[in-house]
Design a protein around this ligand. Sequence first.
Ligand SMILES: Cc1cc2nc3c(=O)[nH]c(=O)nc-3n(C[C@H](O)[C@H](O)[C@H](O)COP(=O)(O)OP(=O)(O)OC[C@H]3O[C@@H](n4cnc5c(N)ncnc54)[C@H](O)[C@@H]3O)c2cc1C
Length: 216
Amino acid sequence: MGLVTAATIAIKGATILLGKVAIIPVLIAALAYFNYDLMDPEHQPSVTKNLRKEYDFVVIGGGSAGSVVVNRLTENPEWSVLLLEAGGHETEITDVPILSLYLHKSKVDWKYRTQPQDTACQAMVDRRCCWTRGKVLGGSSVLNTMLYVRGNRRDFDQWESFGNPGWGYDDVLPYFKKSEDQRNPYLARNTKYHATGKILIPLHIHKSMGILYIKL
Ligand SMILES: Cc1cc2nc3c(=O)[nH]c(=O)nc-3n(C[C@H](O)[C@H](O)[C@H](O)COP(=O)(O)OP(=O)(O)OC[C@H]3O[C@@H](n4cnc5c(N)ncnc54)[C@H](O)[C@@H]3O)c2cc1C
């Protein structure tokens, strides 16, 4: 990020948040000044210059789900994988959890809005709520508030009862645990529901993998 861009963001932040959280523009400018993105080990994906004629797998969308799918597929070095992502790279700001609300309606948001509502969104302009979704490598996990929330057991069991074998809570629980790294000793003791030492949503860039950012 250039210093001019950083300064623009800092001024914008100061205008919005002046008097409330004046530290934020200073923080953003500091992140830009110290070239934080160059030191960030997760900031390494690069756009593929030479597309192959064919790939074994093409994954569309590098969000929470797509990143995991790509990561698993690239564990097999024999397979080539192309990840197509409509958004771009993350920025310095996206790595600061407390700034996630600042990202809403920014260029990393699809900026969806609901249709006018009769019984909801009454305080919103035109009675339309913003429906935030990430348009960036990392998807909505880049804009979210990082709460670890599992679905309700009864929802999974109901989906299974509708004729979807394998989607019951007991079927999906091993996969929740497989992707969990529970560090809270009190919760980690409960090994029926929690697991420690697993990696949560990694995006390993393997040499067989290409990323192509596409403009939509
Ligand atoms: C504001 C907000 C706060 C949240 N807070 C939490 C929280 O605290 N805890 C929690 O567990 N969950 C939270 N969530 C929910 C969680 O982030 C999402 O459920 C999760 O990220 C969805 O993952 P996904 O892979 O289905 O979709 P996404 O992560 O949204 O990924 C979809 C990806 O596909 C890309 N894409 C879409 N269309 C195309 C196309 N045609 N071509 C190429 N690429 C495309 C998008 O750009 C995006 O990168 C929050 C969500 C939001 C929006």
